[in-house]
Design a protein around this ligand. Structure first.
Ligand SMILES: Nc1ncnc2c1ncn2[C@@H]1O[C@H](COP(=O)(O)OP(=O)(O)O)[C@@H](O)[C@H]1O
Ligand SMILES: [Mg+2]
Length: 233
């Protein structure tokens, strides 16, 4: 579903060069739930933006659902992104002036608002356990509730791929557990491909496989080590 071939990413600011990603090769299959861990500044957000076609690579190829995207125009890439990919962020990124249900409908509002869209948004809010708060503004919701609205919004376009960037980074342990459980349900019931990046190794046991990003290289965590994470479950 997502394939990176010899991907490198370098940022240059003036005379300074930062090689954030170095020769990354990874193949994430349809329906996989993959975790990527790495300390702050290791390039996790950059890697996720490369996978989500929000950031160009300096070198290499990025394939989404079999299509090579690195030579595409910005609008072609946008088309692929809209068709396949949704994001969930640490900061939720809800629009403060819109109610919960309006935020969920946001991905399709630019096209058309109609009854079936509203019904779908209601169903998704129900799925994340928030149908009773559909008319609330984000400021009236707790962090965990706001993230659940953001997850419902991410599902609105029925993406194949969900990319989650430190999704529980602002939440306490218990709420974080609830959100991870919800994500696992979505993964199991709807066969979404999910890539979750985090600096928190405690979350990794929820995933099917995991990688570590260190000094620009992505290395799969060996099964024995991964089993240690799993025993925490
Ligand atoms: N747009 C940018 N321009 C220059 N440097 C950047 C840019 N984005 C990220 N970086 C640098 O790339 C490195 C990795 O950043 P990031 O991907 O945000 O890491 P993480 O998400 O793991 O904390 C950092 O050193 C950061 O300063
Ligand atoms: Mg980051």
């Amino acid at each position: 579903m997502i394939q990176l071939r010899d991907v490198s990413k370098t940022f240059t600011a003036g005379s300074e060069r930062v090689d954030v990603l170095k020769d990354i090769n990874v193949s994430i299959e349809e329906g996989e739930f993959v975790g990527i861990i790495g300390p702050s500044g290791s390039g996790k957000t950059t890697l996720l933006q490369v996978m989500g076609l929000l950031e160009n690579v300096s070198q290499g190829e990025v394939l989404i659902a079999g299509e090579e995207t690195s030579a595409m125009s910005t609008s072609e890439r946008k088309g692929i992104r809209n068709k396949h990919i949704s994001y969930v962020f640490q900061q939720y990124q809800l629009l403060p002036a819109l109610t919960a249900i309006e935020n969920v409908m946001l991905p399709v509002l630019q096209f058309k608002k109609n009854k079936s869209i509203e019904e779908r948004a209601e169903r998704l809010l129900d799925q994340v356990g928030l149908s009773h708060r559909k008319k609330s503004l984000p400021a009236k919701l707790s962090g965990g509730e706001q993230q659940r609205v953001a997850i419902a919004r991410a599902l609105m376009n029925n993406p194949d791929i969900i990319l989650a960037d430190e999704m529980t980074g602002n939440l306490d342990e218990e709420t974080s557990g609830t959100i991870m459980k919800l994500f696992k349900e979505i993964h199991e019931q709807e066969n979404k491909t999910i890539v979750m990046v985090t600096h928190n190794t405690d979350l990794i046991h929820h995933t099917n496989s995991a990688y570590r990003l260190r000094e620009g290289s992505l290395v799969e965590i060996p099964q024995v080590e991964y089993d240690v994470f799993k025993t925490k479950e």
